[in-house]
Design a protein around this ligand. Structure first.
Ligand code: HEM
Ligand SMILES: [Cu+2]
Length: 594
C-alpha cells in the first residue's frame, strides 16, 4: 500500500507547518466565526460551500430514502377495505394524503439535489478552493464578489428550504406549467421558485469570476495549453453558467408574474402556452447538465493522470472537447419535449442530440488511453475514476435510446429516464466529486484519510448505486412511469431491489463520512504533495498558507509531464510495475526513460 511520509520542514517553510495555514484561527471563537463569514479568501469560501453542499446532500438524501421506502410496497386496497403499503398517509387509509406527501418529497429531493448540491458541488466548493491554487494565483479575480456569491447561495437555499418548512412543493423539480401556476400552496411555490431564481445569481457570479481569473491570473509561464485540464473544464462550465443561467432567471420571474399578477404567459386559461415554459426551462436546464458533468470530467482528467503517473493522452482533444460540449449543449434542449413538438422539429433535435456523443466519446477514449500502460495506483481517487468511467458510460449510452425518437416515445417519463439521469448526475458528477474530495482533501485540511476505509466506502457506494439504479432501467422498459407513489404488483420485486440498494448507498456514504471526520480529528499530517502530482496546488504546503504561495510560482513544465519531470515535493514511494518508465521521486539519480 501507499506509504505517506510526513511533511518535511523544508517544505513547510516556517518550522511548525500549521503556522500561517489559512485554517489557523486568529482570535477567539466569535472572532473566528465572524472572520469566516466575512472572508474573501477563496479557500475558506470553498470550504464553506463544501460543508453547505454536504449538509444539503444529507437533507436531499434523507428525502430520497423516504421516497424509496414508500415504494417498497405498492398501495393495495384489501377486500375488507384496509389500505396497505402507504408510508405517508396522514390518517389511516388516506391514499390522496399519502400521494401528496410523496409528491412533495420527490420534489424536495430533486430541487435540492439539482440546484443546491450538484450544480455548486464541483465548481463552487472544490473549484473555489482549487482554481486559484492551480493557476498559481493568490485568489480569484474578484474576491469580494466571490463572498457575495456565497451569501447569495445561502439566501437562495434558505428560501427554498423555507418553502419546505411551510409545507413543501409538489410540482417536481422542473416546475412545469400550468401545474406550477395553479397548484395550491401559493407561497411555498413562490418561495421555492424565488429560491431557484436567487441561486442562479450565485452561479452566474461564480462563473464570471472564474472566467476573469483564468484570463488574468495565470502564473508567469502558464500559457493556455499549459493549464491543467480541470481549469479548462471549469472555464467551459463558467461560460455555460454565464450564458444559460439568465434564461432560467427570466423564466422563473415570468412564472412568478403569472402566479402573482395572472399575466397570461404559460397558462392557456389566460391565453398563454405551457409548452413555451418547457422550451424556456430546457433551454437552460439542458446546458446545465453540462455545468454538472464538465467539471466532473475535469476532475477525472486530473485524477487519472496523477494516479496512473502518466501524461494525459490527447491534452488538446480533451480541452477542446470541453468547449465543444459547451457549444453543442445549447442546441439540444428540444430532446426533453419530443412528445410535445412537431415531427420535423423533433427529428432535428434528435439529430443534434447525437452530436453530443462525439466530444463525449473523445474524452472517454482519451482517458482510457491514458490508463493504458500507466502505473495505476490502487487508491480511493483511482477507484472513483474507474467507477466514473463505468457508470458515466452507462449513463451516456442510455442517453442514445432517449435521443432517438422511436424509442423515446416509449421510454419518456418512465423509470428509464430516472435511471439515465441518475447514472449521469450521480454516477458521473457525484462520483467524480467524491473522488475529487479524496484527492484534494489532504490539500484542503492538511490531513490524510484512511486509504483502506476510503476504498471500502467507494466499493460500497458503487455496489449500492448499481443495485439502486440498474433495476430502474428494467422497470422503465417494462412501463413503470416516474413520479407515482404506487404501481402494479408485477413491479414490486424490482422496487424492493432498488430500495435495498438505497440502504447500501447510505452505508457507503456513512463510511466516507466517518473516514473524513476521523481524518480531521486524528488523521496523519499530509505532506505538500502526497500523490506526486505536478500541478501548482501541490507546490505549497498542506494546508496552504493564507496567501497560497510564499513566492509567486513560475511554470517551467506542463501539468502532466510525468515522463520528464519529478514532482519536486514528492517524497513517497509508490509501488511501480516492472515496466514503469517514469520518475521515481526526488533524489533518484536514475534518469527518466521516456
Ligand atoms: C451523453 C449524452 C446524453 C444524451 C444523448 C442524453 C439524452 C437525454 C434525453 C434524450 C433525455 C430526455 C428523455 C425523456 O425525458 O424522454 C434526457 C434526460 C435527462 N438527462 Fe440526459 N443525456 C446525456 C447526458 C446527460 C448528462 C451528462 C446529464 C447530467 C449530468 C444528463 C441529465 C439528464 C436529466 C436530468 C434528464 C431528465 C430530466 C427530467 O425530465 O427530469 N444527461 N437525456
Ligand atoms: Cu437534455
Amino acid at each position: 500500500m501507499t506509504t505517506v511520509p510526513t511533511q518535511p520542514e523544508s517544505v513547510a517553510g516556517h518550522g511548525h507547518h500549521d503556522e500561517g495555514s489559512y485554517l489557523t484561527p486568529k482570535g477567539g471563537f466569535i472572532t473566528t466565526i465572524w472572520q469566516w463569514c466575512t472572508t474573501i479568501d477563496h479557500k475558506k469560501i470553498g470550504v464553506m460551500y463544501l460543508f453547505a453542499v454536504l449538509f444539503l446532500f444529507f437533507i436531499g438524501g434523507v428525502a430520497a430514502l423516504a421516497v424509496r421506502m414508500e415504494l417498497l410496497e405498492p398501495v393495495r386496497v384489501l377486500e375488507n377495505g384496509t389500505v396497505t403499503g402507504q408510508l405517508f398517509a396522514p390518517t389511516e387509509g388516506d391514499i390522496a394524503g399519502n400521494n401528496n406527501l410523496y409528491n412533495r418529497l420527490f420534489t424536495l429531493h430533486g430541487a435540492i439535489m439539482v440546484f443546491m448540491v450538484i450544480i455548486p458541488s464541483i465548481p463552487a466548493a472544490l473549484g473555489n478552493f482549487i482554481l486559484p491554487l492551480m493557476l498559481g494565483a493568490k485568489d480569484v479575480a474578484f474576491p469580494r464578489l466571490n463572498l457575495l456569491s456565497w451569501w447569495i447561495y445561502v439566501a437562495g437555499s434558505i428560501l427554498a428550504v423555507g418553502s419546505i418548512l411551510m409545507g413543501g412543493v409538489d410540482t417536481g423539480w422542473t416546475f412545469y406549467t400550468p401545474y406550477s401556476t395553479t397548484t395550491d400552496g401559493y407561497f411555498q411555490v413562490l418561495l421555492m421558485i424565488g429560491g431557484a431564481f436567487v441561486l442562479g445569481f450565485s452561479s452566474i457570479l461564480t462563473g464570471l469570476n472564474f472566467i476573469v481569473t483564468t484570463h488574468k491570473l495565470r502564473a508567469p509561464g502558464m500559457g493556455w495549453f499549459d493549464m491543467p485540464l480541470m481549469i479548462w473544464a471549469l472555464y467551459a462550465t463558467s461560460i455555460i453558467q454565464v450564458l444559460a443561467t439568465p434564461v432560467i432567471g427570466i423564466t422563473l420571474l415570468l412564472l412568478i408574474f403569472e402566479r402573482v399578477f395572472s399575466v397570461g404567459i404559460f397558462d392557456p386559461a389566460l391565453g398563454g402556452d405551457p409548452v413555451l415554459y418547457q422550451h424556456f426551462f430546457w433551454f437552460y436546464s439542458h446546458p446545465v447538465v453540462y455545468v454538472m458533468i464538465l467539471p466532473a470530467m475535469g476532475i477525472i482528467s486530473e485524477l487519472i493522470s496523477v494516479h496512473s503517473r502518466k501524461k494525459i493522452f490527447g491534452y488538446r482533444a480533451i480541452a477542446f472537447s470541453s468547449l465543444g460540449i459547451a457549444a453543442v449543449a445549447f442546441l439540444v434542449w428540444g430532446h426533453h419535449m419530443f412528445t410535445s413538438q412537431g415531427e420535423l422539429t423533433a427529428a432535428i433535435f434528435s439529430a443534434l442530440t447525437f452530436l453530443v456523443a462525439i466530444p463525449t466519446a473523445i474524452k472517454v477514449f482519451n482517458w482510457i488511453a491514458t490508463l493504458y500502460k500507466g502505473s495505476i495506483a490502487l487508491n480511493t481517487p483511482m477507484l472513483y475514476v474507474l467507477s466514473f468511467l463505468f457508470l458515466f458510460s452507462i449513463g451516456g449510452l442510455t442517453g442514445l435510446p432517449l435521443g432517438a425518437l422511436a424509442t423515446d416515445l416509449h421510454l419518456h417519463d418512465s423509470y428509464f429516464v430516472v435511471a439515465h439521469f441518475h447514472y449521469v448526475m450521480m454516477g458521473g458528477t457525484i462520483i467524480a466529486f467524491v473522488g475529487g474530495m479524496h484527492h484534494w482533501w489532504p490539500k484542503m485540511f492538511g490531513r490524510m484519510y484512511s486509504e483502506r476505509w476510503g476504498m471500502i466506502g467507494c466499493v460500497t457506494v458503487f455496489i449500492g448505486f448499481n443495485i439502486t439504479f440498474f433495476s430502474q432501467f428494467i422497470l422503465g422498459t417494462q412501463g413503470m412511469p416516474r413520479r407515482y407513489a404506487s404501481y402494479v404488483d408485477e413491479f414490486q420485486l424490482l422496487h424492493v431491489v432498488s430500495t435495498i440498494g438505497s440502504w447500501v448507498l447510505l452505508l457507503g456514504f456513512l463510511i466516507h463520512l466517518f473516514n473524513f471526520v476521523h481524518s480531521l480529528v486524528a488523521g496523519e499530517k499530509a505532506p505538500a504533495d502526497p500523490w506526486g502530482a505536478l500541478t501548482l496546488e501541490w507546490e505549497t504546503e498542506s494546508p496552504p498558507i493564507e496567501h497560497n504561495f510564499h513566492h509567486e510560482p513560475i511554470v517551467t513544465h506542463g501539468p502532466y509531464d510525468f515522463d520528464t519531470v519529478r514532482p519536486p515535493n514528492y517524497e513517497g514511494d509508490f509501488p511501480m510495475p516492472d515496466d514503469y518508465q517514469g520518475p521515481t521521486g526526488p533524489g533518484s539519480s536514475e534518469p527518466a526513460k521516456a
